[in-house]
Design a binder for this molecule. Structure first.
Ligand SMILES: NC(=O)C1=CN([C@@H]2O[C@H](COP(=O)(O)OP(=O)(O)OC[C@H]3O[C@@H](n4cnc5c(N)ncnc54)[C@H](OP(=O)(O)O)[C@@H]3O)[C@@H](O)[C@H]2O)[C@@H](O)CC1
Ligand SMILES: Nc1ncnc2c1ncn2[C@@H]1O[C@H](COP(=O)(O)OP(=O)(O)OP(=O)(O)O)[C@@H](O)[C@H]1O
Ligand SMILES: [Mg+2]
Length: 321
């Protein structure tokens, strides 16, 4: 089945090289290489402690989807840093999550900073909203995470913040941005001062990554384009035509774990490829596989919760061979 999905690795200078099944299969193998083995000699936490920064009065589903997906991919602990009024709601969705109601407190940055030494990666933005006070907290948290060298996934309203202040993340190569169509356009226009060229998606994602200082960009869509400014990977693994909200949150939460694993494994395990490209490819194919499986069961009534239930079998199918 792996050969049915259609994904490519291409060099920046030869953008329209023929798509090679071998390359695609190789990237799946690289994802497998970075997955930590399950052994009896590990303690709780070793396979990943992930932080999600998001969750406000309007949005509680998004941080939940990201945090629960991180656990189901294989992280040991998943922390959500959200506003006070969102915390009880998110806790009530799941006893698995550790929820900190700190994001709207006056010392929000310090409250999250205390936890950073214990976190392997952070996902900033799912359900964060656009309140200036919360965006300011997110900004402070990004700055602290950068100082610690922690991999940072930026999604949703975190990308809104980056569109306003690109220098906040520019040049930090341990960051991965996961824009949808709208978010990509906003970022592109902010950085390149030009509208997106709809005839050249490859070139656009490549140029945006370069303008941002070669951090990893995942442009989500009918095909996911993943670039670090040098290469463009394409993930068009089969999903479905069902576009319920929350799928991007499943992607960013999964990517939080995979980014940590790939970063820890390093370029030896990824055959010299940028570990964050490999992680992104893994998260995109996993999300699409969950979509495909859930759609087969539920059709049009499929929701993101149904996709979350598929993470385990989807992961096994793609990566545990
Ligand atoms: N259950 C929850 O709690 C969930 C909460 N969520 C949270 O919501 C927050 C805001 O995130 P977001 O993604 O709605 O904001 P943004 O990107 O500005 O899009 C807004 C507008 O963009 C447009 N548009 C989008 N795609 C397009 C396309 N391909 N092509 C063309 N246009 C396109 C479209 O415009 P329209 O169709 O109305 O013209 C759409 O209305 C954020 O915190 C997020 O995490 C979500 O995660 C879902 C689950
Ligand atoms: N047209 C499409 N065909 C197939 N898969 C798609 C399509 N558009 C998006 N996807 C997949 O859906 C997932 C989420 O992408 P999407 O663009 O919906 O993110 P989003 O808008 O941020 O979602 P969310 O509602 O969580 O905020 C990605 O894995 C992407 O590959
Ligand atoms: Mg989104």
């Amino acid at each position: 089945f792996m050969f049915l999905s259609f994904s490519v690795i291409e060099r920046a200078f030869s953008l329209h090289k023929t798509h090679s099944i071998k390359d695609m299969e190789n990237i799946f193998q690289l994802v497998r290489n970075v997955i930590p083995p399950l052994t009896a000699r590990k303690h709780k936490g070793q396979d990943g402690r992930i932080g999600i920064v998001g969750g406000c009065q309007e949005y509680t589903g998004a941080p939940y989807f990201a945090a629960i997906s991180a656990l189901k991919v294989g992280a040991d602990l998943s922390h959500v840093f959200c506003t006070k009024d969102a915390a009880a709601v998110i806790k009530s969705y799941s006893p698995e999550l550790i929820v900190h109601p700190v994001l709207d407190s006056p010392n929000a940055v310090h409250e999250v900073e205390k936890w950073l030494p214990r976190l392997h990666s952070v996902v900033i933005g799912p359900g964060l909203g656009r309140d200036d006070v919360l965006l300011e907290s997110a900004k402070g948290i990004i700055e602290k995470a950068k100082i610690k060298g922690i991999p940072i996934v930026i999604d949703a309203d975190g990308l809104w913040l980056i569109s306003q202040q690109p220098s906040l993340i520019q040049g930090y190569q341990r960051a991965i941005l996961t824009p949808n169509y709208m978010e990509f356009s906003r970022l592109y226009e902010a950085m390149l001062r030009d509208p997106v060229d709809s005839n050249d998606h490859h070139g656009c994602v490549l140029r945006l990554s370069q303008a941002m200082g070669n951090l990893t960009i995942v442009q989500k869509g009918e095909r996911d384009l993943i670039s670090d400014g040098e290469k463009v990977l394409v993930c068009s693994h089969e999903g479905s035509s069902r576009r319920c909200g929350g799928q991007g949150d499943l992607l960013s939460g999964s990517l939080g774990v995979l980014a940590h694993w790939a970063f820890l494994a390093g370029p030896e395990k990824t055959n010299g490829q940028n570990p964050f490209l490999v992680a992104a490819f893994g998260a995109c194919s996993l999300t699409r596989q969950c979509n495909s499986q859930a759609f087969q069961k539920f059709g049009r009534s499929m929701t993101t919760s149904d996709m979350v239930s598929e993470v385990g079998t989807a992961f096994n199918k793609l990566f545990e061979t």
